[in-house]
Design a protein around this ligand. Structure first.
Ligand code: 13P
Length: 249
C-alpha cells in the first residue's frame, strides 16, 4: 500500500546557521503519525542536514538536480553529487523551476531518468495555473505534464516516483485548493495512472498535495482518500507548524 509522506520544501531560505537552528528544532519534535517525513534544504546545507538528521526519522531531500552525470554545466549539481552527501530523494518539476528557469516537460523527463538511473527517488511536481482552472482546462494540463515527463517509464520505475500536485494559484498565496478540489484532481491523476499502468501501480504511488498547506487545513486535506500527504513550503520553515502538519494524519 502506498505511504503517507509529508515533505518540507524550504526553497531558497535559510543559511547554514538558520538551517542548523531549524534542524535542531525539528529533531526535538515527535512524529505521532505514520507519515514519512522529509525536508529539502538548499544545496549548500544538504551535508549539514544529512549529518544532523542521520539518526532520525527525517530524510533529507534535494530541491533540484541536473540530468548530466558531470561536465561543463556551470552552477549545476548532479545526482551522484547529491548521493555523495547522503541525499536519496530529489524534488523535480516544481512550478518555480518551470516558471523561472524554463524547465520543460522534455527536460524534466531527462532529469527523472537521471535520478532513477542513480537509484534516487523523485518527488515529481506539476500543477495548473489559475488561467487553466478558470478555462476548465486543469485536468488536461495536469494530464499532459504527467504524460510528457513520466509515461516513457516502465511500471517498476514508479516504485521510486512520488507525485506532487501543486496548483500554481495555491502556492504561497494562502489560498488552498479546497479538499474537494484536491481530491477530484488526485482521483483524476490516479485514474490517469490506472489507464496507462493498471490499478496495482496506480494504487501504490503516493500523490501529495502542495499549496498553502497549514496546521489548520492539513487534516481535512489529508483525510481525502487520494491525498497521500503534502509538499509544504512556508509552513515547513517553522518546526512546530511543520510537525502539526506531519501529525495531522
Ligand atoms: P506553500 O506551502 O508556501 O504554498 O508552498 C507550496 C510549495 O510550493 C511546496 O513545494
Amino acid at each position: 500500500m502506498r505511504k503517507n509522506i509529508v515533505a518540507g520544501n524550504w526553497k531558497m531560505n535559510n543559511d547554514l546557521a538558520q538551517t542548523e537552528t531549524l534542524l535542531t528544532a525539528l529533531k526535538a519534535q515527535k512524529i505521532t503519525s505514520d507519515a514519512e517525513v522529509m525536508v529539502a534544504p538548499s544545496f549548500t546545507n544538504l551535508w549539514s542536514a544529512y549529518n544532523t538528521l542521520k539518526n532520525t526519522n527525517i530524510e533529507v531531500a534535494a530541491q533540484n538536480m541536473h540530468f548530466a552525470a558531470n561536465g561543463a554545466y556551470t552552477g549545476e549539481v548532479s545526482a551522484s553529487m547529491l548521493k555523495s552527501v547522503g541525499v536519496k530523494t530529489v524534488i523535480l518539476g516544481h512550478s518555480e523551476r518551470r516558471a523561472y528557469f524554463n524547465e520543460t516537460d522534455e527536460l524534466l523527463a531527462q532529469k527523472v531518468d537521471a535520478a532513477l538511473a542513480n537509484d534516487m527517488r523523485v518527488i515529481f511536481c506539476f500543477g495548473e495555473e489559475l488561467s487553466d482552472r478558470k478555462a476548465n482546462n486543469h485536468e488536461a494540463v495536469v494530464g499532459d505534464q504527467i504524460k510528457n515527463a513520466l509515461f516513457h517509464l516502465d511500471a517498476p520505475a514508479f516504485q521510486n516516483i512520488v507525485l506532487a500536485y501543486e496548483p500554481v494559484w495555491a502556492i504561497g498565496t494562502g489560498e488552498t485548493a479546497s479538499p474537494e478540489q484536491a481530491q477530484d484532481m488526485h482521483a483524476f491523476i490516479r485514474q490517469t495512472l490506472v489507464d496507462k499502468y493498471g490499478a496495482d501501480v496506480a494504487n501504490s504511488v503516493s500523490i501529495l498535495y502542495g499549496g498553502s498547506v497549514k496546521p489548520n487545513n492539513a487534516q481535512e486535506i489529508f483525510s481525502k482518500p487520494d491525498v497521500d500527504g503534502g509538499l509544504i513550503g512556508g509552513a515547513s520553515l517553522n518546526a512546530e507548524d511543520f510537525f502539526a502538519i506531519v501529525n495531522a494524519f
